[in-house]
Design a protein around this ligand. Structure first.
Ligand code: SAH
Length: 419
């Protein structure tokens, strides 16, 4: 027999937050519920007057107990509703995909109405990444209704993989799981990196960005294999590199480096601690050797800890220094240390910039706000002893919409050394 629907009531503050569009409800904000619930159940939230408030994906094991799917008036979650939601998400990034740009984020979690789920497209391969176990039942099932007692509930109306196949026509769909989800997935026969559709099991997929070719390690790579979120800054780097020497710190697979080389950089240096990242950057450069500018740029690689290497690096020697480190604050208590580290990094990077050259400093730490990052980077520039002109502050690209404050993780500051 089916259990009654899971019904929740929230504290006044949480109710107000949900009403104003915030998609997260923490477990200590759930005031009462009619029964215990399972990960992936759709819970109905009622307000203090017993009126329908919202539907959300429930997860009893997470501090983030509920991720809102819908608020306002009651709806039936059926196949048409989910198809519309996906089409709305695709419409938001309709300007991003072009014949020359085949890598983009198709679904960005909460901000596209698929809370805790990301879908990235790399040419004809989709990568579906789950950040909450709430999606596992749906991913493990064929979309047929009727969760048995030993399985996880699947989300009503949603056959995710058939829907993605239907709307996006991929040749392959790869599943990626965040660390907190991988263990729960095992029991359901789901594993990080497995194909959910298609037979090609090559670890990397080649896609294009502004006509440049890149590989993405969709099976094992960080995030979904490539940092699609930096596309806007990569374009800018392409425009600023003509004739210059470019230092790409935390270069990963060389995204910025290839754009710099095509933009006419005389020399591009990758700096990363990981030999795998550097090898991938070499392959990405080689993929574009058909372009005379890329073939003509001198490509240098340094495997080192960035902070240590920059301490001893030649001063005032590069026309463009890019600082795009990994997240330095994965948790709230790491915030203060991260702000300090961004300042230190900006100070070290700024010292490498030649007169008239530029610094592009980025942060992807969600726990460090844009204001905190900018303040720390600006302070480092002021303390550098030379004058800087701020040229640009950048945030999210259209395929990475951020619909609520916690989703705004990416920020960047570009400045030119005046003297
Ligand atoms: N800028 C990249 C993304 C950076 S990902 C892009 O645009 O694609 C973070 C990179 O930093 C990874 O490749 C990781 O190997 C590297 N890294 C992490 N800690 C490091 C350190 N202390 N010194 C140098 N590189 C580091």
């Amino acid at each position: 027999m089916r259990p009654p629907r899971l019904r929740l009531r929230l504290t006044g503050a949480a109710e107000a937050a949900v009403r104003s569009g915030h998609p997260w409800v923490y477990s200590d904000k759930v005031r009462d519920q009619n029964r215990p619930g399972q990960a992936g159940e759709v819970a109905v939230v009622y307000d203090r007057n017993d009126r329908f408030l919202a539907l959300g994906l429930y997860d009893p094991a997470s501090p983030l107990a509920l991720r809102i799917l819908h608020r306002g008036s009651p709806v039936t979650l059926d196949a048409a509703w989910w198809a519309q939601r996906l089409r709305d998400a695709l419409a938001r990034r309709s300007t991003v995909a072009t014949p020359g740009t085949t890598g983009y984020r198709a679904v960005n979690g909460e901000s596209d109405g698929f809370p805790g789920l990301v879908v990235d497209r790399y040419a004809d391969c989709l990568v579906v990444k789950a950040y909450t176990p709430a999606w596992l039942g749906t991913l493990a099932s064929t979309g047929e209704p009727g969760p048995g007692p030993s399985t996880r509930p699947s989300i009503p109306g949603l056959a995710l993989i058939p829907l993605l196949q239907d709307v996006l026509q991929p040749a392959r769909i790869v599943l990626r799981l965040s660390r907190n989800v991988a263990a729960a997935a095992e029991g359901l026969g789901l594993a990080d990196g497995q194909n959910l559709h298609g037979h090609d099991d090559a670890p990397s997929v080649v896609f294009h960005e502004d006509g440049l070719a890149f590989e993405s390690d969709v099976v094992r790579g960080q995030k979904t294999g490539f940092f699609l979120d930096q596309r806007g800054n990569r374009r800018e780097v392409g425009r600023l590199s003509e004739g210059g020497r470019v230092l790409n710190v935390f270069s990963f697979s060389g995204g910025f480096s290839v754009h710099a080389a095509r933009g006419g950089a005389r020399e591009v240096t990758d700096l990363d601690i990981s030999p795998h990242a550097l090898a991938s950057a070499r392959r990405n450069m080689a993929l574009n050797h058909g372009l005379p500018a890329v073939a003509g740029a001198r490509h240098v690689q340094v495997q080192a800890d960035a902070f240590r290497w920059l301490e001893g690096a030649p001063r005032a020697s590069w026309d463009l220094v890019i600082l795009d480190p990994p997240s330095m604050a994965k948790r709230e208590h790491e915030r203060a240390g991260a702000i300090e580290a961004y300042g230190r990094l900006a100070r070290l990077g700024a010292a490498c910039v030649a007169p008239g050259g530029r610094l592009l400093a980025a942060s992807c730490s969600a726990h460090v706000t844009t204001a905190e990052f900018l303040a720390s980077t600006r302070a480092a520039l002021r303390a550098s002893g030379v004058a800087w002109v701020e040229e640009r502050v950048a945030g999210h690209e259209p395929d990475h919409p951020a619909g609520f404050p916690e989703a705004q993780y990416l920020k960047a500051l570009q400045a030119r050394r005046a003297g």
